[in-house]
Design a protein around this ligand. Sequence first.
Ligand code: ATP
Ligand code: MG
Length: 426
Amino acid sequence: MEQVVLVRYGEIMLKGLNRRSFVERLASNIRRAVSAVGLAHIEMAQGRIFIEPREKDYDLGEAVMKVKNVFGVVSASVAFKTGKSRSDIAMAAEAAARAYMAANRPLARSGLNVPVGPNVPVGPSISGEPLPPSGEYAFKVETKRADKTYDRVSPVISKEAGDDLLAALPGLVVDVNNPQFIVYIEVRERAAYAYTDRVAGFGGLPLGSNGKAILLLSGGIDSPVAGFMMAKRGVEIEAAHFHSYPYTSERSKDKAIMLSEALAGYFGAFHLNIVPFTDVQLAIRDNCAEEFSTIVMRRAMIHIAGILARRESAQALVTGESMGQVASQTMQSLAVTDCAVDMPIFRPLIGMDKNEVISAARSIGTYNISILPYEDCCTVFTPKHPKTKPRLDEALYQESRIEGLSGLLGAAAEGVERLRISPGGH
Ligand code: ATP
Ligand code: MG
């Protein structure tokens, strides 16, 4: 029986006139995300997107794992696709139930089941061998009738499919209140589908539907999460990492690359700019009062990122700053930093506590890379007592003491190494 991946999307349904272009963008992002899995047709129909394999041995499970990371996707299922007659639906429901039972042991239910131990076989394969006698699977059927012209209503379809399943598979019992698994049936315009599992996605909006921004990506915990959050709202990302070789090692650059590769699992391929920052850092260290070096350096980074943004047609910058986290992230410091550029700086972590950021970093898989122990350029040049409430006129005065500062900033932007990053580094 034909299997497909059924993809659900949420919020973009609400976008009125833009809906069609949003859905098309989502479908094309999905197409790109699953292109490495194999040949497949991507179909948009009735508020769903379907991935329909066009070759034998297409790995639908792998396609689900890729598609769940595409922003805009709410959830995805491997589904059996079939005709809409009762017997077709019964066959698809049976195939879905068998696949579930092959992959999951029956759960012990009070009074009904023999307890399940480690040696109990996990059930028959989809090839249709008989079930082991050791336990029963409690199930129910839920039906969505998206084809409103279909002659039977949802409860009837569920009842019939439930009866057909009971007749076909001896290991099943119905329990509508506490089922171990649910067989979902969707009767749609062109076909019917049956599945048991939904894999959750991140929601959000399709990447590229909300402009483009430069993400200032350090080697730390915060900035990858910040980039993820903006990308989840549809913002295309290009990253910039400031590197102060030889004061920071090549490994800190490698770390920025590894973080980018992890993010590319969500963004798809994107660009990382390695900015040579040593000359700027040294000029700041040698010419500014030490307590102002942090704010002047922050402004220098932002200024250079602004140049890159204009060059790459990005409209905004993104950082991992959070209110009050360190001296450069006080209200005053952030305000003075903002004045270094004439475009918005988005700081999606602004109201988050560090432990909230850490749990987000864990869940997107960047945390273990971020905690690798390589210093970034900020720590090497960090003053002992940075000013926590700098004023703009003070920062400007310190900058005026650096001869040729704007030339140095321009040269750093000019000297970037622009790397194309692919998911997982492949
Ligand atoms: P993170 O955990 O992201 O490194 P942080 O708490 O260490 O953040 P800072 O070092 O003050 O904070 O940096 C604040 C933000 O500035 C970072 O989140 C990042 O967006 C940007 N940033 C800092 N250092 C660099 C760098 N070397 N390259 C690019 N961006 C940087
Ligand atoms: Mg940092």
